[in-house]
Design a protein around this ligand. Sequence first.
Ligand code: ATP
Ligand code: MG
Length: 338
Amino acid sequence: MEINENDRIGPYRMESYLGEGGFGEVWRAEDTRTGLFVAVKIIIPNSEDDLSTTLNAAVKEVKSWSAAGEHPNIHTLEDQEYRDGKVIFVSQCAEMSLHKWLQKHQSKAPSPERAVKMMLGITSGLEHLHTRQPPLLHRDLKPENVLLFGEIAKLADFGLSRSLSQGSHIKLTKRLATWGYAAPEVYNDEYRVESDIWSAGVMLYEMLAGHLPFRQQPGPSLMGVVLNRLAPPLPDTIPVALRDIVMRCLEKDPKARFRSAQEMQNALSASIVRPAAVRGKGIALTKIRELIGHWGPFSAVAYSPDGKWIVSGGNDGTAKVWEASSGRELRTLTGHTS
Ligand SMILES: Nc1ncnc2c1ncn2[C@@H]1O[C@H](COP(=O)(O)OP(=O)(O)OP(=O)(O)O)[C@@H](O)[C@H]1O
Ligand SMILES: [Mg+2]
């Protein structure tokens, strides 16, 4: 069943095609009730018989999505409906996916700092999922499932692949593409927190190197290298601390990887701390944390009285609030013109 521009599904008018995934198509669409634009993921069962399976899988997906709760780095589902023989998931439309962002920048992050910043958001979202009760695993982390809203990265589609593939009868259009991000144990049908950490490490590798660590076609040859071979080293131009983080994520033995997204995030934050003594008017200053976010220099910085927060005023006209302990960017306040 083909979907075209201006087709309507319920109140949604398809405006432009965003892409095709393992289970259907995603369109930017107008909600004709409000005039606002949203992203509509359309899942089309292969036949009438498969409809109930698809619906069950969709209900499961919605459950796991809502169990994730709210978090700045988690993409939330706004609506899920069954309309005209199709199951649709409606969510906020992102400016682009991490995949498109990488394509825009010659397949890699413009700088190691930007890669780290992206990963800090990703690991924050992951830690949130992993620490839910019961814990949620993403299971399909890859650049297409990281959506960008300004500078904020949000994880999308967690659990989707599992609930839908358990539903089984849905047309799989390009499922194999995801294998580039799958941990060795996943080939054995074992999925754990550390499997998400592996996929996060693959994304970091890709952002730094401009290509995947294991570049074989999905299938036996890819499985062979993922199970048995070390990823080729990253270029020497990448800070050694970052290279170590990637390699730790890509340990074959899950127990040798970071045990949590938080642990990975701590290592990422520490990797951009370059101790440097700066001498000025008789005071020795040691740089303990680098906060990346402002465009251009910043002109003012202050701690909150309890030492928990840092606020910085940038020449980019924004003020940013940071968590002092982790260096995590919490808020951007806009409005100033100078
Ligand atoms: N809310 C959204 N806003 C903008 N783009 C989106 C949104 N949701 C999905 N996309 C993009 O649409 C394309 C298809 O998404 P879809 O989730 O169906 O497939 P996928 O992420 O490639 O694979 P998978 O089925 O494993 O999730 C992807 O490039 C994805 O980044
Ligand atoms: Mg997706």
